[in-house]
Write a protein that binds this ligand. Structure first.
Ligand SMILES: Nc1ncnc2c1ncn2[C@@H]1O[C@H](COP(=O)(O)OP(=O)(O)OP(=O)(O)O)[C@@H](O)[C@H]1O
Ligand SMILES: [Mg+2]
Length: 347
């Protein structure tokens, strides 16, 4: 078996959020017990709705924030948090590409300077000629003309800006890219161009990617492995084809339906809103929105367990047939009814 290049081990992040001048801070578990492992040269796609904890995981993997529990390991070594990084060289190996590169790209710098900046900070190429060669090489890798180096980022299209952000991320020859919603701000045809570029770069440079998106179609196109995040926890993790052809968690199925992959399955698309993270539901956090929810789901949180098909899933009903579920529900209704009767009789 391959040893993973990068992995998250029981990763968790809890925030304590101010709730008013004289009120105690409220606890918010943004990420909890997240485990995944990514083999070299592959993409792990992390998908979930807004607020599910995707960017928090990105920040933990990048070492921008300190995890409350667990750790991130790369090639068997713990990835240090930026604040107390004893070996900045290590950080060069993991680079981010964010959703809105407008904020990341300084409008006062021209493109050449933006791409060159990491080389200066890390003192990689000592003279201007070497740096300028590297900038031209990077521009060509991301499909931009060398003349682009003189342009200012404020004068670029969204797609061009994202190409510049990718070139900058590649400047230091990273092994891992953490891509947080890299195409969400782009129109559909530009999205496709950038995703194809990322695929091409990945195979040319043997990059390992952690790709974050709320859009299952983007994740399905890019990833070898998919992790589905709900309220800070992974609810299903597995190989892309297993997840696409035979998703087991009702949340995964709903995400697939909303991306039109499974419109016909009959489970429907997502219903209702994500509950408040300050007051998560009892039992399975998905139960208030789940078409299969039964009494057990309201009281007992399902563990993320391995199933016979090799994926992991956190649902009491995973790999239970729908007719069995109907039978279970039926039995449960009878039990609840008879319990009610007994109660009434006693009263
Ligand atoms: N610095 C912080 N302090 C307090 N709470 C935070 C902080 N950062 C994130 N959160 C909370 O943690 C939860 C997860 O947020 P996160 O930004 O990771 O979600 P996301 O999946 O990236 O959402 P989106 O798709 O909207 O970007 C949210 O409830 C958010 O409000
Ligand atoms: Mg986010």
């Amino acid at each position: 078996m391959n040893k993973p290049l990068i992995q998250a081990l029981s990763l968790g992040k809890t925030y304590y959020v101010k709730s008013g001048l004289f009120r105690p801070r409220r606890k918010l578990e943004a990420v909890s017990g997240v485990d995944f492992a990514v083999d070299e040269g592959t993409t792990f796609g992390l998908v979930g709705e807004s607020g599910s904890g995707k960017s928090t995981i990105a920040r933990l993997v990048l070492g921008v924030e300190r995890p409350t529990t667990g750790r991130v390991e790369m090639m068997g070594n713990e990835v240090p948090v930026l604040d107390d990084d004893p070996a900045p060289a290590f950080r060069r190996l993991i680079q981010p590409v964010m959703q809105d590169s407008t904020a990341a790209l300084d409008p006062r710098m021209n493109v050449g300077r933006i791409i060159e900046e990491p080389l200066r900070i890390h003192d990689v190429h000592h003279n201007g000629v070497e740096r300028s060669h590297r900038v031209t090489e990077l521009l060509s890798q991301v499909g931009l003309d060398a003349a682009m180096a003189k342009r200012f980022s404020s004068a670029l299209s969204g797609g061009q800006r994202q190409r510049v952000a990718i070139a900058r991320a590649l400047a230091l020859n990273p092994r891992v890219l953490v891509l947080d919603e890299p195409v969400s701000s782009l129109d559909a045809s530009t999205q496709a161009q950038i995703l194809n570029l990322l695929k091409q770069l990945q195979s040319e440079l043997a990059l390992t990617c952690i790709l974050i998106s709320h859009d299952m179609a983007v994740i399905a196109f890019m990833s070898q492995q998919i992790g589905v995040l709900y309220m800070g926890r992974l609810v299903e993790v597995g190989l892309r084809d297993t997840i696409l052809k035979d998703a087991q968690h009702p949340y995964t199925i709903a995400l697939l339906a909303s991306a039109d992959h499974r419109a016909a399955i009959g489970f429907g698309t997502l219903q209702g809103e994500i509950p408040s993270p300050f007051d998560p539901p009892s039992g399975c956090a998905y139960h208030p929105r789940c078409p299969l929810a039964a009494q057990r789901c309201r009281v007992e949180a399902p563990l993320l367990r391995s199933t016979s098909s090799g994926r992991k899933v956190a649902c009491h009903f995973a790999e239970v047939s729908r007719s069995d579920i109907a039978q279970l529900e039926h039995n449960q209704t009878i039990t609840e009814d008879s319990h009610g009767l007994t109660q009434t009789d006693l009263d």
